[in-house]
Structures are given as structure tokens and as C-alpha cells.
Write a protein that binds this ligand. Structure first.
Ligand SMILES: [Fe+2]
Length: 167
């Protein structure tokens, strides 16, 4: 059983000479983004598998396209962390401790219920990325964040546009 929170990001030596004053805060941001994106990729499959009802096949297939893109983005985030001397945390224990998302319900089935729960969480991740754009001083990490945000804003729109009763 887990008794401790995952460690802070361990650092490793690199010849990459990005200013230390930029590296440290960038790693913090990337670490948060990584946990959020892994969580989002997992719950997207949770919904993909368990949803039922009208419009099932369209939403079911749409979610797989989201997940494929999210995995590409989170891989970019993890690998940028390592390039600048960080350690990428990809275990479920690390993600559970670090993700900003509230737990995804395991007792919902209706397509519409899943769309609402997903939209709530896609919004958290997208809005967090947006809030970080001005803070990130490493331009390469900034491009990665920007790319993830472009897709997540679009996916949030797709989710919301599939919700029958807007709320
Ligand atoms: Fe599938």
C-alpha cells in the first residue's frame, strides 16, 4: 500500500546548458502537465470502453483519436523534461498523487454523462496549460505546451458540442 507521496523531481546531469533559473520552474510545470495528460489519457479510455446509448459509435471512436494525440503530447512533455535534466514520472502512483483531476466516476454509463465528466476534466487540463503559457520561459517547452493546448481546446469543443443539454 502506498504510504508516501511521490518524490519531487529528481535531477540528472546533462550537458544541456539551459539557464538553471529557467530549468527548475520549467520542470515543475512539465511535471504537472505530464501527470494531468496521463490521467486524461486513462480516463478517455475509461469512457471509451464503458459508455452506452445514443451516438455511441461516433463518440467511442472520437475518444480514441483524442487519446492517440494526447499520448503524443505527453511523450513530448516527458522527453523534454528529461532533456533538461528532469525525471519523468509515469507510474500510476505518481500520476494519482500529482494529477489535478478529480477521480473519474466508475459507475456511469450513459454517453451524455461521460461527455459531461470528460468535458469537466479536459477543461481543467486545457485551462491549466493556458495559464502556464506566459510563465514558461523555455521556448521549446513553450511550443510543446502550445501544441497540446491547441488540441485540447479543440477536443473540449468537440465534447461540449456533443452534449445535448448544455451546462
Ligand atoms: Fe477501443
Amino acid at each position: 500500500m502506498k504510504t508516501t507521496k511521490p518524490k519531487q523531481i529528481s535531477r540528472v546531469y546533462t550537458r544541456n546548458n539551459l539557464d538553471e533559473k529557467i530549468k527548475e520552474p520549467t520542470l515543475k510545470i512539465l511535471s504537472q502537465v505530464l501527470a494531468n495528460l496521463i490521467d486524461l489519457s486513462l480516463i478517455t479510455k475509461q469512457a471509451h470502453w464503458n459508455m452506452r446509448g445514443s451516438n455511441f459509435i461516433a463518440v467511442h471512436e472520437m475518444l480514441d483519436t483524442f487519446r492517440t494525440a494526447i499520448i503524443t503530447h505527453l511523450d513530448n512533455v516527458a522527453e523534454r523534461s528529461v532533456q533538461i535534466g528532469g525525471t519523468a514520472l509515469g507510474s500510476v502512483q505518481g500520476v494519482a498523487a500529482n494529477s489535478q483531476l478529480k477521480e473519474y466516476p466508475s459507475d456511469i454509463y450513459d454517453v451524455q454523462d461521460h461527455l459531461v465528466e470528460l468535458a469537466d476534466r479536459y477543461a481543467v487540463v486545457a485551462n491549466h496549460l493556458r495559464s502556464m503559457i506566459d510563465d514558461i520561459k523555455d521556448p521549446i517547452s513553450g511550443d510543446i505546451i502550445q501544441g497540446a493546448l491547441e488540441d485540447l481546446d479543440q477536443y473540449l469543443w468537440f465534447l461540449e458540442a456533443n452534449i445535448d443539454k448544455q451546462h
